[in-house]
Design a protein around this ligand. Structure first.
Ligand SMILES: Nc1ccn([C@@H]2O[C@H](COP(=O)(O)OP(=O)(O)OC[C@H](O)CO)[C@@H](O)[C@H]2O)c(=O)n1
Length: 320
């Protein structure tokens, strides 16, 4: 337990900044189970993974902040325990001696509606939106996308965004259970209710941020609970409109990496425009006494993910 997977160390060269990463804790006080496709899930143990992550991040002493890639509590958490469970996991995050930035995932939204969840996690976004940007220094910008902006979960039942999502799912997925991708082919398998889309307004916001970053000569790291490229995701886990989001991103040269959760397995690839895509290994799928978390050292020309245990180390080089 606790072995660090670093591919190449940089003797003498200090990162510009560093941040901790963890994804899909999906804690619940319920017995172990498994995913729809039979992968074991350790709902009680996953909070231990988070506790060890926070301990290691604090011991590191040079981490500027932490990003949680979403799904802090599992949808199987008994509804009368949801609020306490979210508070309990958030309390563990708060033991990190620095800022923690949260992304929202489908499981967060199964447990709490946006108007309760977002203030609890101190997500700095108005009108129930959960997209925002972080400025860790003059050279970099981190963009956090809300992949459940258009979604059938999390908004009130009669909210225009819920209705838009349900109408979209009705057209794209003929199954009566909209969580089921049965019969959908290839990348169409992403049109299920446990995913969502980035709405028009958010796409325009992203475009503005990337214009601004280009002017300021900043490099950008995009974070979203849902993966943005099929090469770093199963077909079922992708953002509904990943292609529209990537079309915006590909108009600029400033985005160097897209980081995500949701897929659980842990994958890395480089797309046709040289952008790295890294989806993280889930804390939920760590058998007792194993771990999956890490930290990223950010340099001018690369991101170095130092993973612990089941989280693979990844070196992401790019043209500065
Ligand atoms: N093939 C599937 C997959 C899932 N479901 C049902 O959808 C709900 C959410 O699934 P779950 O696996 O819990 O979602 P995660 O966010 O943990 O994982 C993401 C995806 O699995 C990535 O591929 C749940 O009710 C499942 O039973 C389904 O019907 N069919």
């Amino acid at each position: 337990m606790g072995s660090t997977n670093v591919l190449v160390s940089s003797p003498g060269k200090q990162p510009l900044f560093s941040f901790g990463v963890v994804s899909d804790v999906q804690h619940a006080d319920i017995p172990d189970g498994h995913s729809f496709i039979g992968v074991p899930r350790y709902y009680r143990h996953s909070i231990r993974v988070l506790q060890r992550a926070v301990q290691k991040w604090n011991n590191h002493q040079n981490l500027n902040f932490v990003i949680n890639f979403g799904d802090i509590v599992d949808g199987k958490c008994p509804p009368d325990q949801s609020l306490d469970a979210v508070k309990k996991v958030n309390n563990e995050f708060q033991k990190f001696k620095g800022p923690v930035f949260h992304l929202i995932g489908n499981h967060c939204l199964y447990n709490l509606p946006r108007d309760i969840l977002l203030p609890l996690l101190k997500i700095p976004a108005p009108n129930g939106q959960a997209y925002y940007d972080i400025s860790p220094g003059p050279e970099y910008r981190i963009v956090v996308l809300d992949g459940y902006d258009i979604s059938a979960i999390g908004w009130p039942q009669v909210h225009p965004k819920t209705l838009q999502a349900l109408e979209f799912l009705e057209k794209k997925n003929p199954n009566s259970d909209k969580n089921s991708p049965a019969g959908l082919l290839g990348l169409e398998r992403r049109f299920v209710m446990f995913n969502g889309a980035v709405g028009r307004e958010q796409l325009e916001w992203l475009d503005g941020i990337l214009q601004d970053s280009t002017k300021l000569k900043q490099k950008v790291i995009v974070c979203c609970h849902l993966p943005l490229d099929p090469c770093a995701s199963s077909q079922e886990a992708l953002l509904w409109n990943y292609d529209e989001v990537m079309n915006v991103i590909h108009q600029y040269k400033c985005v160097k990496a897209c980081l995500s959760g949701h897929d659980h397995k842990g994958r890395h690839c480089i797309d046709s425009h040289g952008i790295h895509h890294r989806s993280f290994e889930a804390a939920l799928e760590c058998p007792p006494e194993t771990d999956a978390f890490g930290h990223i050292d950010v340099y001018d020309n690369r991101l170095l993910l130092c993973g612990t245990d089941r989280m693979q180390g990844t070196e992401m080089y790019f043209n500065p």
